[in-house]
Design a protein around this ligand. Sequence first.
Ligand code: ATP
Length: 239
Amino acid sequence: KGGAPLLDLRGIRTGYGRIEALHGLDVAIHPGETVALVGANGAGKSTLLRVISGLQPLTAGTVTFDGDNLNRRKAADRVHRGIVQVPEGRQVFAGLSVEDNLMLGAFSRRRDKGLADDLEAMYQRFPILKEKRRLHAGNLSGGQQQMLAMGRALMAKPRLLLLDEPSMGLAPLIIEEIFGIITELKREGITIFVVEQNASEALAIADRGYVLETGDIVATGSGETLLNDESVKAAYLGG
Ligand code: ATP
C-alpha cells in the first residue's frame, strides 16, 4: 500500500530487566487498514501493545505516529493523539453504570456538544448497551463487557484502535459477534490493530497480519496469505 504509515514501528527492542522480549522488530500500519498480530502465549504481543501505548520503555527503535516521533511522549499524550486501546480482559469499571463507562471514554476529548450524539450513536451500534445503560457494568456478560469496552474506546474518537485479545474467554458464538463488530468498524474506515491468540478469526478479517514468535516477526503478509501459509497453519491454526 502506498502513502505514509499512520503508525510506524522501527527496530523496536525492549524487555524486562536483562530479559529482552522484543528483538528489534518493524511493524507498519497504514490509514484505514486492519492489521492482526498473532502469536502464542508469551510471544510478546502485550509488550508490543505497551510499546505503542507508551507504557513500555524502549532500549532501541522508534515509534512514529502520523509523522511524529512519540518515543518521548507519555501514555496520556498518545491517547490525546488518538491512540486508544481496548485492554485485555475489558477492564470496564464494574461499579459504574454502563453509561458512565461510555462517557469516561470521552474524557480525553475537549468538551464539545457532540457527546450526546455520540452516545446515541453508540447505543445504535450496541442496542444491548442502551437497554442496560443504567446497570452496573459488572452485571454484564463477558461479551457485553467487550462491547462496552469497545464502545468506551470509540467514544474517544480513535485514529488508531488497539484491540488486545478481544475474543479472550468468550464463547464461540459471542466471538463471531465480536469479530462481526470489528469487521463493521473496518468497513467504516477505522484503523485497527488487533492482537489475538485466536489467529484464524483475526487473520480472516485482517487486511494484513504479522506473526510474532518469541520477540521476532517471523511471517507477514495479507491475512489470506497467512491463513494459507503451511508453517502458520501448523503452528497457530491447529494444523
Ligand atoms: P500473553 O498472550 O500471555 O499475554 P504475550 O504474547 O502478550 O503473551 P508478553 O506478555 O508480551 O507476551 O510477554 C513477552 C515475554 O516477556 C515473555 O517471555 C514474558 O514472560 C515476559 N514478560 C512479560 N511481562 C513481564 C514482566 N512484567 N516481567 C518480566 N517478564 C515479563
